[in-house]
Write a protein that binds this ligand. Sequence first.
Ligand SMILES: [Fe+2]
Ligand SMILES: [Fe+2]
Length: 340
Amino acid sequence: MSGEPLAKKDLSPKFSKILNKLNAVSDRKQMHLLLDHPWDAPTEGVWLKKRENLSIYGTPYYDLATEEEKQRLSLYETGCWWHTFVVFENLVTEYYMKIINHESLRAFPDVVKYMHHFCREEITHAMVFKKAMTHFGIKPYPVPDNLKDFYKDNASIAEFPLKAIYMTILIEWFAENNALIDCNNDFVSPLSRAIAVEHHKEEARHIEWGKNMIREFMHQVPGFLEEAKEYSAPWMRGLLDMATTNPETYDRVGFNDPAFADYEALFESVIFCENRQQINRKIMDPILRFFIEIGVYDPAYHDIWEAARFGDDIRAALASFDKGKVEELDNVMSVKYNVS
Ligand SMILES: [Fe+2]
Ligand SMILES: [Fe+2]
């Protein structure tokens, strides 16, 4: 992040209205570390995600695992997500505070005001996820290098770090969709569900802010769109696959059946099974429609989407996409508990 602050321009009336609303909602109520979750919920033998969303569900491995192993898998797969949230949300906070302190956005005080709310919210989220890990006795996971260096690698755009904001909301968005789908039934621990739902109330606003930052500024940052057309599809596919298969998670479960020892075969089976593809389609559908809306999906680059295994999904998104009905703030902010 370097160079001149972005020159003043009038924000569009739509974005100004959204910013006012976002700031007003965050002023009114933000997550509380102590009061917003059922911390007295039981811990023994509970499931932290539903069984249909276990990575091995729908593969031959599912029948080879015992019931206890499946329950532990629900614990460690969710714990791995929580730990990733702890690391990533700390990084986002550091980075956005740096943007605020460097005054790159001083021409837009309402944007900066919202970024303060954003950071305050992420600090609490990271504390809640950490507390939840302790509650269920889940130890931290190793942090992948590409996550550690995320803002070092993606924030070097001169003048205005729009690429880092864009990649941040994509991570937040896909992680949120995943978390809600994982937890939306009564089988799952009420604490795990509350963690997902309470987080989503604030993340829905972060995502809405990020989407509108992109809409507002994408044509002012030279090269942003052209570059995004090329990296978005393979990068999103990498995120989805990486989030689905984690050797550390399987190590911790310690499956008894020898078939689990061959991780290469296990990962292949998990990533390409029909159940996972359906879950990924639900996660990606709103994101793909955003790509279509802002022109990150460009038919001239369609081969990139096919190569990243989004061919069918993008065709389905194109068929249902209606430019006259771009999602409005109110729709996104009404928390949907049943994302099925
Ligand atoms: Fe968060
Ligand atoms: Fe967030």
